[in-house]
Design a protein around this ligand. Sequence first.
Ligand code: PBG
Length: 354
Amino acid sequence: MAIKFGRPLERSRLDPAPAGIKTERLDLRVRPRRNRRSEWSRRMIRENVLTADDLIWPFFLVDGMNVRAPIDSMPDVERLSVDQAVHAAERAATLAIPCVALFPYTDSARRDEDGSEALNPDNLVCRAIRAIKKEVPEIGVLCDVALDPYTSHGHDGLLRDGVIVNDETVAVLVRQALVEAEAGCDIIAPSDMMDGRVGAIRGGLDAAGFTDVAIMAYAAKFASAFYEPFRDAIGSNTALVGDKRTYQMDPANTDEALREVELDIAEGADMVMVKPGLPYLDVLQRVKDAFGMPTFAYQVSGEYAMIMAAAGHGWLDGDKAMMESLIAFKRAGADGVLTYFAAKVAEKLKKAAA
Ligand code: PBG
């Protein structure tokens, strides 16, 4: 297609020049702005759409009854006791959010060196899974597999002489996955970044008869500064000894992310995830393009906190920033997003449709 670029034609009648400035109408055949003139037209040509179906809503759990405890670094997000988590799940279902993700704040008395509370079939997460599956059976429940909510040192795996040991950790993660599956979890989401854990968990689930329990692999998970508020929320921050760079990925790498994702798919992942979200849209796009898998992004706690903090100061419009950040995930190829904004967004979408 030959595009005819502007040749000065005549003084525009529509666009009269301010006094003293001579303007000419350009002889343009192609004017991309034509499609943007009105809302109906913008809607008609829109390439990507965000719906409630795209949302997974993570929430935090805490012991007790009728508890909704605020989290300083995550405005409007609370730790919920199991009864309140059931209400939240009901709200999610009403808003047509397909799935919730559960993260426990474990009482420090129940954390130990090996994260043994992870294997307690009556731990907070398991109690919440059972309650939600009983009261709100139509909603999907996703749970992390990783030891960090349960270890006294805050790491996702077993620490031996200052090293996070891989194979021994994987054996525990398989048992953790089985405990969660037994409680009724629909999607097991290994977030630990140990080598070989997806295959081992798939094998463990299948051997125990949980062939229909799905795996969403935190396939490309980076050692990120943006997880800090989450670690406050689950209480692992003060505990964390060192950092997670021997198992989470170097933020400088994308080819390696593709290799990680490829391995998780080969090991049996049903869905893959890239995490964090917005700073890693390039990784997300490459992963979706390369594998065509159901691909999710995690808009993590720090991303949420940044938008909320700026909005709280009146430095940006929080609602607009929220919507723009979420459509960016869709544009990059995400099939869905784990986001702390999920309920707020779904409510907004519902109002707009009404
Ligand atoms: C645990 C886990 C983390 C997040 C999800 N699962 C923290 C971490 O790896 O340190 C982060 C989520 C968020 O920041 O919102 N392995």
